[in-house]
Design a protein around this ligand. Structure first.
Ligand code: KG4
Ligand code: ZN
Length: 355
């Protein structure tokens, strides 16, 4: 199915193609509309955090049921905000993986149904590519080659980003993802889900040097990560502190956070040096962390490395990043067949490459 050519003329009409993207890989239902240049025209997100909070984590059946209830009103909201009709849309995109199968199916089925009904192409987007490219949303310089850190609840990946669709995995976590460590440690401390934002807030009044948590694999000589030892250290420390743990909560949060941040920043900068890139980009839910952003900013400036941090609104799961990734894939001539399947374990390096 041919797509209108990407245009950047100065008329007030948005550049083609217009893409409506759906993100339902986990517990956020999100919809976004972007133009052929990757500008986000409208976006909406419905967080399910309050629905899953009583269970201390995401319940897959609850997530998919909520996606089903929320996706339609969100699409209507985005179309109205952008002042568009379905007939105006040139392509429909959805996250195809990785993620929860029953959640992925909702966004995928809705986007494919719209594509079929409107006779327009469908684009299956890798959720990790969405995160990877999210620091470039709204930047006039376009996708820059560099070293990219993706830190979320499900992933901790270091990628050599050589161009759109050209991604080399440098290293990943061997156990827990960084966000998962934040969430599990928060639970140990009696804090609500998701733990990252709460630890971030409490850490602001704590001493990051109060407890010497381990910096696992900081000097391992490769680009792999491990956060399970750090989690176990907290598990052993809490009974030793006994009743005083409650009053030391800010110190515990600040010290734990400092250990995670130190390893993430040190290894990313080492990776940039190792592959000879001058740019570092950081994305995913944990990249919202205020201390991580501060330390990256300071250490990249010292190392004379360029730094692109995803905008806070594009760090946790959102559809703007899916629409943006779809726009770049469409520019490369890549669309997906309507019988393409979801893949809960989709890897970043298995993305389709331009013919
Ligand atoms: O990218 P995301 O929304 O979902 C995945 O694809 O996994 O990331 C969610 C993760 C959660 O583990 C959450 O605790 C963490 O991001 N997170 C944070 C912060 N905000 C969200 N971690 C540390 N500091 C934050 N401010
Ligand atoms: Zn994510």
């Amino acid at each position: 199915m041919p797509l209108p050519a990407s245009s950047s003329d100065s008329s007030s009409a948005p550049a083609r193609p217009l893409i409506l993207a759906l993100e339902t890989s986990c517990d956020e239902t999100a919809v976004a509309l972007c133009d052929g240049l990757g500008n986000i025209l409208a976006a909406a997100i419905s967080s399910q955090i309050p629905d899953h909070q009583p269970y201390g984590g995401v319940v897959p059946e609850l997530a998919s049921r909520n996606h089903l209830l929320r996706i339609r009103p969100l699409i209507t909201q985005v179309m109205e905000e952008a002042g568009m009709e379905f007939a105006d849309i040139d392509a429909f995109a959805a996250t195809a993986g990785p993620g929860l199968a029953s959640s992925l199916l909702i966004g995928n089925t809705v986007a494919k149904s719209l594509a079929m009904t409107c006779g327009k192409p469908f684009v299956a987007v890798n959720h990790l590519e969405g995160h990877l490219l999210s620091p470039f949303i709204g930047r006039p310089e376009g996708i820059q080659p560099g070293v990219a850190l993706i830190v979320s609840g499900g992933h901790t990946l270091l990628i050599h980003l050589r161009g759109t669709g050209d991604y080399q995995l440098l290293g990943r976590t061997r156990d827990d993802a960084a966000g998962e460590a934040f969430d599990k440690v928060a639970r140990m401390l009696g804090l609500p889900y998701p733990g990252g934002p709460v630890i971030d807030r409490l850490a602001k009044t704590g001493d990051p040097a109060a407890f010497p948590f381990p910096r696992s694999m900081k000097d391992s000589g490769d680009f792999a990560f491990s956060f399970s030892g750090l989690k176990t250290s907290m598990l052993y420390l809490l009974p030793q502190l006994g009743d005083s743990a409650a009053s030391r909560l800010p110190d515990l949060c600040a010290s734990f956070q400092e250990a995670v941040v130190d390893v993430l920043v040190s290894k990313t900068l080492k990776a940039a040096r190792s592959v000879g890139e001058r740019w570092v980009s950081v994305s995913g839910g944990v990249s919202c962390n205020s201390r991580l952003r501060q330390v990256f900013t300071e250490r990249c400036a010292r190392a004379k490395l360029g730094l692109l941090l995803a905008e806070p609104s594009h760090t946790t799961d959102n559809a703007a990043m899916i629409a943006f990734a779809a726009a770049h894939r469409i520019r490369q001539g890549i669309t997906s067949p309507l019988d393409s399947d979801i893949d809960p374990n989709l890897s970043l390096t298995s993305n389709p490459v331009p013919a």
